[in-house]
Design a protein around this ligand. Structure first.
Ligand code: G3P
Length: 218
């Protein structure tokens, strides 16, 4: 299972990279706006900076929603850096563009996926990744993790190579549940990744080890 960090914040990306467990980054227009990144040149430079920090795939989302526009923007994003994955929304023209770009060897991430049928279309179109948003499903009283399990099963039955990238992860338990459901990737906020470190018995055990060492070594 791969860990991506879901942010455009360079400090958080560096912190996750320094931990040694990071496999990639996902961004979206909301995350870029949160960091105050605006204007084509600044956005492009920001993607390049992210690629310099991490070794793995970096998802950069298109703004266009028409077929020609998605392809033009997608090809330009892909040309920025070999690590760029073109993130494309689950809309009709998006599916067509994923088919075209994947045929050209360009990696794609189909985003805003909320149903098994949408995930099926993304895989049929040849998406590298499909991004079901589990937190936003939980927000409307629908089981987001169950969707991950359904997609993993469907892809497994038919041998689709599209990787299931669990997105809209909100907390540490989501990560564990996505692992149990067989997700290929979890893209997470930094605090959810760091939450995996925590266990009170680890803290208590370490305190005792250090106290016992000190009791005989001074
Ligand atoms: O990866 C998608 C993610 O950024 C959306 O998360 O918390 O806005 O639903 P959220």
């Amino acid at each position: 299972m791969k860990f991506f960090i879901d942010t455009a914040n360079l400090d958080q990306i560096k912190e996750a990279q320094d931990l040694g467990v990071l496999d990639g980054v996902t961004t979206n227009p909301s995350l870029m706006a949160k960091e105050g990144i605006s204007g084509e040149e600044n956005i492009i430079n920001h993607y390049k900076k992210i690629c310099e920090i991490v070794d793995g795939d970096v998802s950069a989302e298109v703004i266009a929603t028409d077929y020609e526009g998605v392809i033009k923007e997608g090809e330009a994003l892909a040309a920025l850096h070999p690590q760029i994955v073109v993130k494309i929304p689950m809309i009709k023209d998006g599916v067509k563009a994923i088919k075209y770009l994947s045929g050209k060897g360009i990696k794609t991430n189909c985003t805003l996926v909320f149903s098994p049928g949408q995930a099926l279309l993304a895989a049929k179109a040849g998406a590298t990744y499909v991004s079901p948003f589990i937190g936003r499903l939980d927000d409307i009283s629908t089981d987001g993790v169950e969707l991950i399990a359904q997609i993993v099963d469907i892809y497994s039955y038919y041998g689709f190579e599209t990787e299931v990238l669990a997105a809209s992860i909100r907390h540490t338990m989501h990560i564990i549940q996505c692992m149990e459901a067989g997700a290929d990737v979890a893209t997470c906020p930094l605090n959810a990744i760091l939450g995996l470190l925590n266990h009170p018995l680890t803290d208590i055990g370490l305190e005792k080890f250090l106290a016992d060492y000190k009791s005989v070594n001074g």
